[in-house]
Design a protein around this ligand. Structure first.
Ligand code: MF3
Ligand code: CO
Length: 255
């Protein structure tokens, strides 16, 4: 299936899903304090999801060759890049960073977002990694104008990350989004400005830079889901669902 452009009516529906995503992430972020387990974070996400009248996009999600995903939320601590599974055994500690990732369907349309949160006071290098990854996402969003090119986004992320001595994960990408959580096109976090698909109004994408303090390589743990940095360096992940409109980017998973 090719790229499906969305009408303004469809984008308005995705915005409704995006508001639920934002409310969930706000509630979960507020609970990211020392002593909270990632299992408790998932329970909070479930409650806010229910209140929002939406359905999880993660529970039972099953790409080829993987076990079905077992939770509404991904919680990825420290060297975990993405797709960490919430667990009673994983208790947040002062100084940790935790990626929280959530997507849901409302009125048949999906929205997807993530952020990485500091637990209590974190080290200066950890703080800088979070700030840089957040800024990389903002710079990529600023590239979402009609007439721009898809690789402008990757070039913006890669340029910032590498200028600060970090590396960009290559094995995982952002994605088109709409009636399905994952649609074409793939949205890479590296590339050459001026290349790739021409951006047009109606294109809706989930942009999700994953930036490592060390080397770019990642591997999957034995649970079949959790992706960690191969060198066990810290990693951060921020994501928004963004619509390209005549008047520029609209962040559908904002407040
Ligand atoms: N938000 C992630 C993504 O864009 C999470 C999907 S993994 C899941 O791919 F299994 F939890 F759904
Ligand atoms: Co995503």
């Amino acid at each position: 299936m090719g790229i499906v452009l969305k009408s303004l009516r469809e984008i308005a529906k995705m915005r409704e899903a995006g508001k639920v995503v934002h409310a969930v992430l706000d509630a979960v972020e507020a609970a990211c304090v020392p002593g909270t387990s990632t299992w408790e974070l998932a329970r909070i996400a479930e409650r806010v999801l229910d209140r929002g009248g939406a359905r999880s996009a993660f529970v039972g999600y099953r790409p080829r060759g993987q076990p079905p995903y077992p939770s509404v939320l991904c919680t990825s601590v420290n060297e975990a890049v993405v797709h960490g599974i919430p667990s009673r055994q994983v208790v947040l500690a002062e100084g940790d960073i935790v990626g929280i990732d959530f997507a849901c369907f409302k009125n048949l349309y999906c929205a997807d977002a993530a952020r990485t949160v500091a637990v209590g006071v974190v080290s200066a290098p950890a703080r800088d990694l979070l700030a840089t990854t957040r800024e990389a996402l903002e710079r990529a969003i600023a590239c979402c104008v009609p007439g721009g090119r898809l690789e402008d986004l990757g070039a913006a992320v890669q340029g910032l990350a590498e200028a600060r001595g970090y590396s960009v994960v290559r094995d995982l990408v952002g994605h088109g989004i709409g009636r399905a959580m994952h649609e074409p096109p793939q949205v890479r976090n590296y590339g050459t400005a001026g290349r790739g698909l021409r951006l047009t109004p109606g294109l809706v994408i989930a942009i999700e830079p994953m930036i490592n303090a060390g080397a770019p390589e990642v591997r999957t743990l034995n649970d079949g889901w959790t992706i960690v940095t191969s060198d066990r360096s810290l990693s951060a992940h921020f994501e928004h669902t963004v619509a390209i409109t005549e008047s520029g980017p609209v962040v559908l998973t904002a407040a």
